[in-house]
Design a binder for this molecule. Sequence first.
Ligand code: NDP
Length: 318
Amino acid sequence: MEFRHLGRSGLKISEITYGNWLTHGSQVENDAAVACVHAALDVGITTFDTADVYANTAAETVLGTALKGQRRESLEILTKVYFPTGPKGHNDSGLSRKHVLESIDGSLKRLGTDHVDVYQAHRWDVSTPVEETMQAFADVVRAGKALYIGVSEWTADQLRQGHALAKDLGFQLISNQPQYSALYRVIEPEVVPASRELGISQVVFSPIAQGVLTGKYTPGGAPPEGSRATDEKGGKQMISRWMRDDVLSRVQQLKSVASELQLSMAQLAVAWVLQNDNVAAAIIGASRPEQVHENVKASGVRIPAELMQRVDAALGDV
Ligand code: NDP
């Protein structure tokens, strides 16, 4: 496993990070969820990403249970705040001082730790002044409940605002967590250049487009039994944007690139996002331990420029 710094901080995370959205507390039974976390630990993954909203807090609880007994100093635990986790009352979402300061305590309790390594704003909150949010984050850091602060899916301008306020308040905004894959490259024109300038890393989610870039979904074919595309608890709906014949047939064209590199399609997809030097980690999801074993082999792989061009040519502008 290779490790990369988050932003200009001293914190290093495993370039393959394990995340538990849609799986723990939902699609996957608890025993299998724990087996996936243990598989991740066995292969050298030290960084784990979750959020209070995943499975309405159950995902944090499952992760906390699975990590019980591990040496805390050897782990990096990332969680998030923004979305409501239970009752949708007027103060139960967003990035107000009230919601941030009340939410961190719930997350720590469920994760079974007294601090998270990175506490992340899950989205930008249009209804709370960013000054209030960043002051709340400064207080979370000062209280020792989070070591660093990150955000998720912020625009370049939002990153600039947050970064400047954090600097004034004496803490570091070190990461952004956007969706990024060979099928979804929205961050490249603005977010990545701004982040390079500010010293913010991307910790990217859905690097294999929720399973689509494994090539296991074929145009016109039925999705494999037990896959996310058949998960009625939420996965099927989340992956639906990619389940189009034109996308699936273009993805099939990546098979020859993967085989030239002697990689599986999933490994190619993970290695592809790690090729971007502003990406500190690819957060992989897994419904079973074998997927963790397979995908982790993307760590340390470098894809030659000519093959990167062939990926571009195959996927075009989907
Ligand atoms: P991926 O793109 O890695 O998709 C993971 C899913 O793909 C698995 O659950 C599995 O689903 C399938 N899969 C993985 N490996 C293989 C393989 N080798 N062969 C076949 N199928 C495979 O990432 P996710 O979409 O799960 O997102 C990863 C993490 O990113 C989340 O857990 C979360 O931590 C974070 N995230 C953050 C968001 C944010 O807003 N900040 C939003 C979304 C995610 P199956 O077996 O069921 O088909």
